[in-house]
Design a binder for this molecule. Structure first.
Ligand code: HEC
Length: 123
Protein backbone atom coordinates (compact mmCIF):
# COMPACT_ATOMS: atom_id res chain seq x y z
CA UNK A 1 0.00 0.00 0.00
CA UNK A 2 2.86 2.34 0.85
CA UNK A 3 4.49 1.51 -2.47
CA UNK A 4 1.30 2.36 -4.23
CA UNK A 5 1.25 5.79 -2.65
CA UNK A 6 4.87 6.42 -3.59
CA UNK A 7 4.14 5.42 -7.14
CA UNK A 8 1.20 7.80 -7.20
CA UNK A 9 3.38 10.67 -5.98
CA UNK A 10 6.09 9.94 -8.51
CA UNK A 11 3.58 9.77 -11.36
CA UNK A 12 1.91 12.99 -10.33
CA UNK A 13 5.23 14.80 -10.05
CA UNK A 14 6.41 13.63 -13.45
CA UNK A 15 3.15 14.70 -15.03
CA UNK A 16 3.45 18.13 -13.49
CA UNK A 17 7.05 18.43 -14.62
CA UNK A 18 6.14 17.39 -18.14
CA UNK A 19 3.29 19.90 -18.30
CA UNK A 20 5.65 22.69 -17.27
CA UNK A 21 8.28 21.99 -19.92
CA UNK A 22 8.03 24.29 -22.93
CA UNK A 23 6.58 22.51 -25.94
CA UNK A 24 9.31 22.06 -28.57
CA UNK A 25 8.81 24.36 -31.56
CA UNK A 26 8.03 22.31 -34.65
CA UNK A 27 10.67 22.64 -37.35
CA UNK A 28 9.05 24.85 -40.01
CA UNK A 29 11.17 23.30 -42.76
CA UNK A 30 10.78 19.67 -41.74
CA UNK A 31 8.97 18.74 -44.95
CA UNK A 32 10.77 21.16 -47.26
CA UNK A 33 13.34 20.56 -49.93
CA UNK A 34 16.83 21.91 -49.22
CA UNK A 35 17.21 25.67 -49.49
CA UNK A 36 20.87 26.56 -49.97
CA UNK A 37 21.47 30.22 -49.07
CA UNK A 38 24.23 30.80 -51.58
CA UNK A 39 23.76 32.40 -54.07
CA UNK A 40 20.81 34.60 -53.14
CA UNK A 41 19.82 38.09 -52.13
CA UNK A 42 19.89 36.86 -48.52
CA UNK A 43 23.49 35.73 -48.93
CA UNK A 44 24.57 39.06 -50.44
CA UNK A 45 22.75 41.06 -47.79
CA UNK A 46 24.19 39.13 -44.86
CA UNK A 47 27.69 39.31 -46.37
CA UNK A 48 27.42 43.06 -46.84
CA UNK A 49 25.50 44.25 -43.80
CA UNK A 50 25.64 41.72 -41.00
CA UNK A 51 28.98 39.98 -40.61
CA UNK A 52 30.83 42.94 -39.07
CA UNK A 53 28.88 42.32 -35.88
CA UNK A 54 27.66 38.76 -36.19
CA UNK A 55 30.99 36.98 -36.44
CA UNK A 56 32.67 34.52 -34.05
CA UNK A 57 34.74 37.29 -32.40
CA UNK A 58 32.04 39.91 -31.76
CA UNK A 59 29.03 37.58 -31.51
CA UNK A 60 26.64 40.51 -31.13
CA UNK A 61 23.32 39.31 -29.76
CA UNK A 62 25.07 35.96 -29.30
CA UNK A 63 24.67 35.31 -33.01
CA UNK A 64 27.30 34.23 -35.53
CA UNK A 65 26.10 34.27 -39.13
CA UNK A 66 29.44 33.62 -40.88
CA UNK A 67 29.10 29.86 -41.01
CA UNK A 68 25.30 29.66 -41.10
CA UNK A 69 25.13 31.77 -44.25
CA UNK A 70 27.31 29.29 -46.13
CA UNK A 71 24.83 26.50 -45.42
CA UNK A 72 21.14 25.86 -45.97
CA UNK A 73 18.10 27.47 -44.37
CA UNK A 74 17.22 23.96 -43.25
CA UNK A 75 20.35 23.69 -41.08
CA UNK A 76 19.31 26.55 -38.78
CA UNK A 77 15.60 27.20 -39.44
CA UNK A 78 15.02 29.07 -36.18
CA UNK A 79 18.04 31.31 -36.65
CA UNK A 80 16.81 32.27 -40.11
CA UNK A 81 13.28 32.82 -38.84
CA UNK A 82 14.77 35.30 -36.35
CA UNK A 83 16.68 36.93 -39.18
CA UNK A 84 13.47 37.10 -41.23
CA UNK A 85 11.80 38.81 -38.29
CA UNK A 86 14.47 41.50 -37.80
CA UNK A 87 14.68 42.17 -41.55
CA UNK A 88 10.93 42.40 -41.92
CA UNK A 89 10.86 45.09 -39.25
CA UNK A 90 14.11 46.64 -40.43
CA UNK A 91 15.54 46.22 -36.94
CA UNK A 92 18.95 45.18 -38.22
CA UNK A 93 21.52 46.58 -38.67
CA UNK A 94 20.78 48.70 -35.58
CA UNK A 95 19.77 52.23 -36.56
CA UNK A 96 21.68 53.95 -33.77
CA UNK A 97 25.00 52.41 -34.80
CA UNK A 98 26.71 54.26 -37.62
CA UNK A 99 26.67 51.35 -40.04
CA UNK A 100 25.41 51.06 -43.56
CA UNK A 101 21.89 49.69 -43.93
CA UNK A 102 20.26 48.01 -46.92
CA UNK A 103 17.92 50.17 -49.01
CA UNK A 104 14.17 49.52 -48.92
CA UNK A 105 14.24 47.52 -52.12
CA UNK A 106 16.83 45.13 -50.73
CA UNK A 107 14.85 44.68 -47.50
CA UNK A 108 11.82 43.84 -49.61
CA UNK A 109 13.66 41.37 -51.81
CA UNK A 110 15.19 39.53 -48.86
CA UNK A 111 11.83 39.37 -47.13
CA UNK A 112 10.20 37.93 -50.23
CA UNK A 113 12.99 35.39 -50.62
CA UNK A 114 12.65 34.24 -47.03
CA UNK A 115 8.86 34.28 -46.91
CA UNK A 116 8.58 32.23 -50.05
CA UNK A 117 10.76 29.50 -48.62
CA UNK A 118 9.28 29.40 -45.16
CA UNK A 119 5.72 29.43 -46.51
CA UNK A 120 6.29 26.67 -49.04
CA UNK A 121 6.09 24.26 -46.15
CA UNK A 122 2.74 25.40 -44.82
CA UNK A 123 0.88 24.79 -48.07
C1 HEC B 1 26.57 47.31 -35.69
C2 HEC B 1 26.45 45.92 -35.30
C3 HEC B 1 25.36 45.05 -35.92
C4 HEC B 1 25.11 44.83 -37.25
C5 HEC B 1 25.82 45.42 -38.46
C6 HEC B 1 24.02 43.87 -37.30
N1 HEC B 1 23.63 43.54 -36.03
FE1 HEC B 1 22.24 42.14 -35.51
N2 HEC B 1 22.51 42.55 -33.55
C7 HEC B 1 23.42 43.48 -33.05
C8 HEC B 1 23.27 43.56 -31.61
C9 HEC B 1 24.05 44.47 -30.68
C10 HEC B 1 22.26 42.63 -31.26
C11 HEC B 1 21.70 42.30 -29.88
C12 HEC B 1 20.91 43.39 -29.31
C13 HEC B 1 19.64 43.65 -30.03
O1 HEC B 1 18.83 42.71 -30.20
O2 HEC B 1 19.44 44.82 -30.43
C14 HEC B 1 21.81 42.02 -32.50
C15 HEC B 1 20.82 41.05 -32.57
C16 HEC B 1 20.44 40.41 -33.74
C17 HEC B 1 19.47 39.34 -33.81
C18 HEC B 1 18.69 38.77 -32.64
C19 HEC B 1 17.52 39.69 -32.42
C20 HEC B 1 16.57 39.20 -31.40
O3 HEC B 1 15.55 39.89 -31.24
O4 HEC B 1 16.83 38.19 -30.76
C21 HEC B 1 19.37 38.99 -35.11
C22 HEC B 1 18.47 37.88 -35.69
C23 HEC B 1 20.26 39.83 -35.87
N3 HEC B 1 20.90 40.69 -35.00
C24 HEC B 1 20.40 39.78 -37.24
C25 HEC B 1 21.15 40.71 -37.96
C26 HEC B 1 21.16 40.76 -39.43
C27 HEC B 1 20.37 39.83 -40.34
C28 HEC B 1 22.00 41.79 -39.76
C29 HEC B 1 22.30 42.30 -41.15
C30 HEC B 1 21.19 42.75 -41.97
C31 HEC B 1 22.53 42.35 -38.53
N4 HEC B 1 21.97 41.69 -37.47
C32 HEC B 1 23.45 43.39 -38.47
C33 HEC B 1 24.33 44.20 -33.77
C34 HEC B 1 24.42 44.23 -35.16
Amino acid sequence: MKNCFQLFIILTCSMLLFACLPAPRPNPLAESPDFPIKPSVLYETVQTYCLDCHNPEKMKGNIDLTRAVEGKLNDRPFLWLDVAHVLKHKEMPPEDERVERPDDETYLEVNNWLEKRFELNSR
